[in-house]
Design a protein around this ligand. Sequence first.
Ligand code: ASP
Length: 355
Amino acid sequence: MQVVKVDIDTATPLHPEAAILIIYTGGTVGMVFDEAEQHLVPFNFTQILDHVPELRQFHYLLTVLSIEPAIDSSNMGVADWLLLSRLIGENYESYDGFVVLHGTDTMAYSASAMSYLLENLQKPVIFTGAQVPIGRIRTDARENLITAVQIAATRQEGTSRVPEVCIYFRNLLLRGNRSKKVESSHFDAFKSDNYPPLAETGIEIDYNAEHVLPYPTRPFRAHGQLDDRVVVLKLFPGITAAVVQSILQTPELRGVVLETFGSGNAPTASWFLALLREALAKGIVILNVSQCDEGHVDQGRYETSKHLLDMGVVGGADITTEAAVSKLMYVLGLELSLVQTTELLRQNLRGEITI
Ligand code: ASP
């Protein structure tokens, strides 16, 4: 894998209003139709101005870092998240904002991971992508990219308007770690059920300033460590002891996102509770996340969640599974004591939960 740098020639290269770094990782957004091969292939990002000539009109300094070969987001992994954290960390002082072009399939996972890795972020990191490739006439890539760049460059009284990791898609700016991909056909691919949009775009970009994270006062830090020894265990009626046992007894396992029913409820069968207790006794951390898109985990409300609370399962409040995965990886990666790890998981670290 290599990172190729491309400078974009825009309207005022000598006196730019803002400097924006675009990181192209891959996904539909950067695909064109190859007539010879008769399928979609990633296009060479040095030709971006041929596809989005509007970029020339910006009075910004635009630089593209293109990750080659481009990654379909189903292949995104922890190493790619750490690379993104490093690229943003290394370029943090030189740019006013960052736009990450990414496949939509796992964008919510990557945006969540970046929200943890980039601590005390004072500048926008806007993820965007497209449902229709940039080389197609009806592409949504052009509008998504142009608006994401504009949002990344917007400042108010000298500071960025959205100093956080976001997803911009269609007409919504959403907090990254609150977002989910909900559509594979229509243009409105993302939603954030438990948190209002940070901005909505129409003729104007209307910011919901009261929902944006406060500007941090402590110094920025790009973290370089995640612990990937985690698993998502999604419960379903009829799940067997053999399945739960094989997952919880995965060698080296350190954390489990337990996807439960409703407000955090799970079976009360003795074999199930015994397997959970055994995992907890080994020091494995279990984070209870609801399968419902809306509402939150409230352990103890029903008998079917009271036992989870009593044995030390951590309630995930209204966190998404996408955010829970990287919250667990990030907190475990800090290598703290079990008590401190559990305590951090309960806290609202980056605006991912309402408590
Ligand atoms: N498979 C693509 C990806 O996530 C889909 C997309 O970009 O929309 O990389």
